[in-house]
Design a binder for this molecule. Structure first.
Ligand code: TXA
Ligand code: MG
Length: 310
């Protein structure tokens, strides 16, 4: 606990100096900087090699802080009450009086906001005078990090500090819901659409084929381990890494299990870790067993499909 406190102080020290640091969240680790500072946020784009036109998610501790930057509406309140803090991101209207840096929004009039559910990061946010812009802490289009070590694996000593919060519990990014004009799901993630529909009493679907790319999570190539991936495979080719949803009795060296008993939440938690591990083993390709397309399985399949467009 004492250690955590001094690490939170250290995080605040770097952030106050307009530096980027790694922060833990329940979804994946983020590369964080003061969202009100153009100097700090421009460093995020440079480090990630992220196109400037791709806006960032801003992380808040509470509603009071959020209201300084965004207009809220009834649907937001309903979803906030049910899922926050938690793995859901909202697109809201940006207020004219907001101090959010133009780098964060790419000059748009909307803002992506989220209330992460990780105690260390919540305590950090509570102690800052500004919210934190934080995309996933990986080089653009690569695998997202779920531990401190993964963040260091991505950026080495190019970043000053990573706040260690253990392994991310969800393991996949937040669900993104646009609440500006019509309600839309922009990215599948930690909160299932079914649950969102229940709260809002709607029947919104995720439009996979949406032509307008507003979110890079919607881009075709993403989350890539850098080698080809084949999906819905029954039998792998010789020398291929094989990802399975459930442990088999017979254990084979190139077999990687996402879950012991086929639990989809456990599989989501293990997905990026497994892809990262396989990438380091120098396999030439990966095959993946069919993953049930229900619950968070839909988000797993979404990520694997994008990763397979190598
Ligand atoms: O779980 C998460 O959401 C993680 C953790 C660190 O919070 N963050 C994350 O950030 O996944 P990132 O940058 O990798 O993905 C954020 C997505 C991007 O695809 C971006 O295009 C989209 O949010 N986005 C940001 N602002 C937007 C806006 N105003 N309208 C539509 N999409 C937006
Ligand atoms: Mg990302």
């Amino acid at each position: 606990m004492k250690n955590n406190l001094s690490n939170i102080k250290k995080s605040k020290y770097y952030l106050d100096k307009n530096e980027c640091i790694g922060i833990p969240t329940e979804t994946v680790y983020g590369l964080a900087a003061n969202a009100y500072s153009s100097k700090a946020t421009s460093k995020i784009f440079k480090l990630k090699k992220r196109p400037k036109k791709n806006p960032l998610i801003v992380h808040y501790h509470n509603l009071e802080m959020l209201k300084k930057d965004c207009s809220i509406n009834i649907n937001f309140i309903k979803l906030f009450k049910n899922f926050c803090p938690g793995p859901i991101t909202f697109i809201l209207k940006l207020k004219k009086s907001s101090k959010i840096s133009k780098n964060v929004t790419n000059n748009k009039k909307t803002l992506a906001v989220r209330f992460p559910n990780h105690q260390l990061t919540r305590t950090l946010l509570e102690n800052l005078k500004y919210p934190l812009a934080a995309p996933s802490a990986n080089i653009s289009s690569k695998i997202s990090p779920v531990t401190k070590e993964d963040v260091i694996d991505e950026f080495g000593n190019k970043i000053k500090f990573v706040l260690n919060g253990g392994r991310s519990k969800v393991g996949l990014e937040s669900t993104i819901v646009s609440l500006v004009n019509k309600i839309q799901i922009l990215r599948l993630g930690g909160v299932e659409i079914k649950k969102i529909n229940k709260v809002l009493r709607t029947n919104i679907k995720f439009n996979k084929k949406s032509k307008k790319i507003t979110v890079p999570g919607q881009q075709k190539i993403h989350y890539s381990p850098g080698i080809p991936i084949r999906l819905n495979i029954k039998k792998p080719k010789i020398g291929e890494a094989f990802i399975l949803i459930k442990k088999r009795k017979k254990s084979v060296r190139n077999f990687y299990y996402l879950s012991k008993k086929g639990n989809l939440k456990e599989a989501a938690k293990n997905l990026y870790k497994t892809l990262r591990m396989i990438r380091k083993k120098k396999f030439k390709s990966i095959s993946v067993e069919k993953i049930p397309n229900k619950g968070i399985g839909e988000a797993i399949n979404d990520r694997l499909t994008r990763a397979s467009k190598f």
